[in-house]
Design a protein around this ligand. Sequence first.
Ligand SMILES: [Zn+2]
Length: 269
Amino acid sequence: MNWILGLCGSALIAFLAYQKRSLTLSGALAAVLVGTVLYGAGSLPWFGTLILFFLSSTLLTKWKTNAKSELEANYEKTGRRDAGQVFANGGLGVLLCLLAWLWPHPLWWWAFLGVMATVNADTWATEVGGLSKRPPRFLLTLRQVAPGTSGGVSGLGLLASLLGGLFIGGSAWGLSLGTDLAEHRYALLWIGGAAGLFGSLFDSLLGATLQAMFKCPVCGKETERREHCKTPTLHLRGLPFLSNDLVNLAASAFGGAVAVWCYILFYNL
Ligand SMILES: [Zn+2]
């Protein structure tokens, strides 16, 4: 029954998101799969956490696009998420949900909370931090770098990370009202905030050290892409295989580990 409810609920939300141009067709199909598993194998807190992450980051992207187009009507991504982005944000969460379904244990939930807190914190930090009036500073040297540089952090971005994590913890609390999980309301809040903040910082740390960076031989710009100005880029630093997507995945796994560690340490599982 839960699987059917999950399928109907996700199909409705994915359809609306597709119509509102927040998801591509492949993104909408991936979202139906992710949502169905989270509700069918999980429950409302698992499913709803992902939906609220998706809603809040979609609204932030739209708000930022509006704020930016007034300042600089420059190039801008459309903000439509495809299947790759949906799985990058929800794939690890789905895996944890399936593991919890197969081998029930409370720690799976806390790992999921930390993963979703990090994914949300990262998105909020990127969208809000990008509007910072002060340029970000490189995490290791604290030198000023151009906005959008991997490994760059700003005070506004860090605040957005913390709030992004707290938002996921608060959402989980609201969604679990009436169940045993809601008794952990303070743990949900502060562990969500901590996982979001430290997961984001780990993302920046990897971005500053091991992430692959390339240089465009045509325009000379540093980029994360393998192609720029329609020309293959040259390897500059970092591990060549460590793309931005892999860094995000590693950071959300780290956020999940932070949450599990906090829970064991402070609540003596
Ligand atoms: Zn170029």
